[in-house]
Structures are given as structure tokens and as C-alpha cells.
Design a binder for this molecule. Structure first.
Ligand SMILES: Nc1ncnc2c1ncn2[C@@H]1O[C@H](COP(=O)(O)OP(=O)(O)OP(=O)(O)O)[C@@H](O)[C@H]1O
Length: 259
């Protein structure tokens, strides 16, 4: 099996404080993972590290077989699609959605490079895949929150990444748009040639069965990791959140409520 992310004994310290402590985590190809953690648990820090924006204080990390310190990070980043709210905030509202998707090929925010007919067709194909091709010709600012997320995911796929990171993609979505986006991600993840996906969330019930593995992060440490269905017990989650919770499984998803 091909290892996509290999993190060994990684810690990251800032101002004498451990933000990440002794993280060990391996993601194999086509093994889709969810990362669940409360605000401030270290999720974004971990993603910044996987993308090579920050380096471990101690420990080793390699992504897609490239060991940090011995690799061209800009090249590596082209193999990683990263969809986050900070990406969304950097997009100009007046940009056409198809141009936003196309810009994913160059990992740029605006579209400055020239592109071919083939690139344009691929952009349309990615929009088709995400179920948002009807938006062609529209500007970003006229799209709903859910439509914007789909455009950004299509952009993330444009460069045929081996790893796709979806960082809280359901933020700001209403109940129906959230379910629609989750189903779209589920469909994408099940495709034959799908990239390995890391799905970051605060919410247990957003973790669909296709995310067969979950990493629980708490206060910068791995609280638990492994098969989602084994991890999401009421005992585990009550300890994890330091609050008594009930867990109910419906449609292969765990739903959590206060006890
Ligand atoms: N450069 C930095 N210097 C000091 N502290 C930092 C730095 N970056 C992050 N932190 C701290 O590390 C902790 C983890 O932050 P991080 O943003 O990774 O959490 P998160 O799980 O992504 O949170 P959220 O769910 O709210 O996005 C926080 O307490 C944050 O204040």
C-alpha cells in the first residue's frame, strides 16, 4: 500500500507551549479519514504541517512519499487539494466560477496563466462531478454558500491531486445544503479514481461511512484513531468531550446528543 501521510512522533511548540504533542498518524492511499476535534484542538495546525507551511519542532513527516527537508514543497503542494474557509475568503467575488475552478490547475487564486481548451473541458468535467455545472457563467458572489463550497472542491480537484483536504466544508450551510454537500463528497470519495480524502469537522454526524477511519484530536494530542465505527462509542466520546453523551447509529452514521 502507498502511504499518503506519515507522521512520526511529531510535536510543534510555540512560546513554550505544545500545540501538537507526539502525533503518530499514517494515512494509506484510498483510505479516507475524518479528523474530529473541538475548537483549538490542533486540526488547522496539523493541516498546515501536512501542506508544509509549518515544520515539526521534533519528529518526522512525509507526505506522498516526500520527506520534508528533502523536497520541493511547492511541487508537493500541487498534488494536494486543500479546501478551507481561508481559501474561500481570498477569492474575488466578481470571479466567474469556471475561472475559479480553472485556477486550481495553477494553484493560484486568480486566473493569470493561459489555459487550453482541454483545461476548460476538465474544469467543466469537475463541476459536473460536483453537481454544480449549472453555475457556469455566474460570479462567485452570486452563489449560495453550498454552491461556493462545490466550486471550491471542483477547483481542488482540477490539478488531479492525490490528497484532497476538506477543512470544515459544511460551515455556514443550512441543514439541507449540508446533507447535499455531504452526499456529494460521499459520491466523490467512492469513485474509482478518487484522491485520498481527509475530512475535517467539529460534528460527529457529518462523518459518513465512506470515512471509515477517524482521528480524534484533543488539546494537540491524538486521543484515539482507527475505524470510525469502533471509535464512536458513547464511552469514548463521553471521555473525549468530557461530557456524558449518547450515541445513536442511523444510516451508518453516528448521531450524538447530550445525556
Ligand atoms: N502560531 C501560533 N502561535 C501560538 N499559538 C498558536 C499558533 N497557531 C496556533 N496556535 C494555538 O494552537 C491551538 C490549536 O489551534 P488550531 O487552529 O490548530 O486549532 P483547530 O483545531 O484548527 O481549531 P478550530 O476548530 O477552531 O479551527 C490554539 O490554542 C491556537 O491558539
Amino acid at each position: 500500500m502507498e502511504t499518503v501521510v506519515d507522521i512520526q512522533d511529531v510535536s510543534w511548540k510555540r512560546q513554550g507551549k505544545s500545540i501538537l504533542s507526539n502525533i503518530n498518524w499514517k494515512v494509506e492511499r484510498r483510505e479516507h479519514w475524518a479528523i474530529l476535534g473541538l475548537n483549538g484542538s490542533g486540526k488547522t495546525t496539523l493541516l498546515n504541517m501536512i501542506n508544509g507551511y509549518i515544520w515539526p519542532t521534533t519528529g518526522n513527516i512525509s507526505v506522498l512519499g516526500q520527506t520534508f527537508g528533502r523536497t520541493d514543497l511547492r511541487e508537493l503542494r500541487k498534488s494536494i487539494g486543500w479546501v478551507s474557509s481561508s481559501l474561500g475568503e481570498r477569492i474575488k467575488g466578481s470571479s466567474l466560477v469556471e475561472e475559479i475552478v480553472l485556477s486550481g490547475k495553477f494553484s493560484s487564486i486568480g486566473l493569470y496563466d493561459s489555459y487550453t481548451e482541454m483545461d476548460r473541458n476538465r474544469a467543466l468535467e469537475m463541476m459536473e462531478k460536483l453537481g454544480c455545472s449549472k453555475l457556469v457563467g455566474r460570479t462567485y458572489q452570486t452563489c449560495s454558500q453550498g454552491e461556493k463550497q462545490k466550486v471550491l472542491i471542483a477547483r481542488g480537484l482540477m490539478g488531479s491531486p492525490k490528497l484532497l483536504i476538506l477543512d470544515e466544508p459544511t460551515n455556514g450551510l443550512d441543514f439541507l445544503s449540508r446533507e447535499d454537500l455531504l452526499l456529494t463528497v460521499d459520491r466523490l470519495a467512492r469513485q474509482e479514481n478518487a484522491p485520498t480524502i481527509i475530512f475535517v469537522t467539529h460534528h460527529v454526524e457529518e462523518i459518513l461511512p465512506v470515512f471509515s477511519k477517524t482521528l480524534l484530536l484533543r488539546e494537540g494530542s491524538v486521543y484515539a484513531q482507527g475505524y470510525t465505527e469502533e471509535i464512536f462509542t458513547k464511552e469514548n466520546l463521553s471521555q473525549f468531550f468530557s461530557t456524558s453523551v449518547e450515541v445513536e447509529w442511523k444510516r451508518n452514521r453516528a448521531w450524538m446528543s447530550l445525556r
